[in-house]
Design a protein around this ligand. Structure first.
Ligand code: A3P
Length: 314
């Protein structure tokens, strides 16, 4: 259920009040009732948590390290995003109408408006690979008992910084705002897909479910080969050590940044790219002392009563 009249053009959806683009309310029910298939693999994240990185990893593991196709076909076609396919053309139209997005800068969406529709995912041949930023509570209730899910979480402070640059990149109304203002909106749960810690907690609570594999972005930064090994095992596609290393090299920050089928969006002036810095802890250079205290208070209060153990938060 989505409530209208929130911060235009957004609505608040579900029991936890997740912020969604307004057009989402037309599709929330269809998504909730989507037929999940046993061989589906879903990558679920809050935006800017390492989704793209994980998608490329999962696609290659599932496709026997077919680097040729991966270099030819854009990731957004190989691994579609549920919300975009569900909301096109409405979402795209709404975003342009509200001057929220400069489509030119967001090739994924630009392309998707031409080629996909909601049917893309409903009718896609098996096995389907599906990306979504929706929290578990807004997805089909039988998802975890039916398909495999990989959830990636990241330190909310780094997410906030990365999310700020994404908004700058796509050229929406936040483009001229300062990071301070953006952070204010982030911590007040005014931005799409917030609240972030609730989002992560839903998956964290399921981390022992055999169909859910929970990863932290910071762990990927620390030891990518280990994560590749664990994910390939989770997908029942154990890779040999040599293959793990080849894949880790393909997925390195420098290589992925150069990779045009994966890193395919930039800001108008080319300064901000979708794959931007790739650091854990980079938030420190964006938060002044006041914001740092606010962040601490945000994290402490939102984690109260929860047992999520972020590797970067003690
Ligand atoms: P930064 O903006 O902090 O650099 P998503 O795909 O969920 O939108 O996440 C994007 C974030 O993941 C960006 O963070 C991006 O740089 C980072 N990222 C993508 N590929 C990466 C890689 N190979 N190594 C490290 N970080 C990566």
């Amino acid at each position: 259920k989505c409530l209208l009249g929130y911060t235009k053009p957004f609505v608040k959806c579900g029991k936890k009040g997740y912020v969604m683009p307004g057009a989402f309310r037309n599709h929330a029910e269809a998504i909730y009732n989507l037929k999940v298939r046993p061989d589906d693999i879903w990558v679920i994240t809050f935006p800017r948590s390492g989704t793209t990185w994980t998608q490329e990893m999962v696609w290659l593991i599932e496709n026997d390290l077919d680097f040729e196709t991966a270099k030819e076909k854009p990731l957004y076609e190989r691994f579609p995003m549920l919300e975009l396919t569900a909301q096109i053309p409405e979402l795209a139209f709404q975003l342009i109408k509200n001057n929220f997005m400069n489509l030119k800068n967001f090739q994924g969406l630009n392309q998707a408006t031409k080629v996909s529709s909601w049917k893309t995912i409903e009718d896609a041949p098996s096995p389907r690979l599906i990306k979504t930023h929706l929290p578990l509570s807004m997805l089909p209730p039988n998802l975890l008992s039916t398909a495999k899910v990989i959830y990636v979480a990241r330190d909310p402070r780094d997410v906030a910084v990365s999310y700020y640059y994404l908004h700058k990149m796509v050229g929406n109304s936040f483009v001229r705002t300062t990071f301070q203002n953006f952070w204010e909106a982030f911590r007040r749960d005014l931005l799409p897909w917030t609240p972030i810690i609730e989002h992560t907690n839903e998956a964290w609570k399921q981390r022992h479910n055999e169909n859910l594999h929970f990863i932290f972005y910071e762990e990927m930064i620390k030891d990518l080969p280990k994560i590749i090994h664990d994910v390939s095992k989770f997908l029942n596609r154990d890779l040999a050590e040599k293959e793990v290393n080849i894949l880790a090299d393909h997925l390195s920050f420098d290589n992925l940044r150069k990779n045009k089928t994966v890193n395919n969006s930039t800001s108008d002036n080319g300064e901000v790219q979708f794959i931007r810095k790739g650091e854990a802890g980079g938030w420190r250079t964006h938060f002044d002392a006041k914001m740092e205290m606010e962040a601490e208070e945000f994290i402490t209060s939102r984690l109260r009563g929860l047992d999520i153990k972020y590797p970067s938060i003690s």
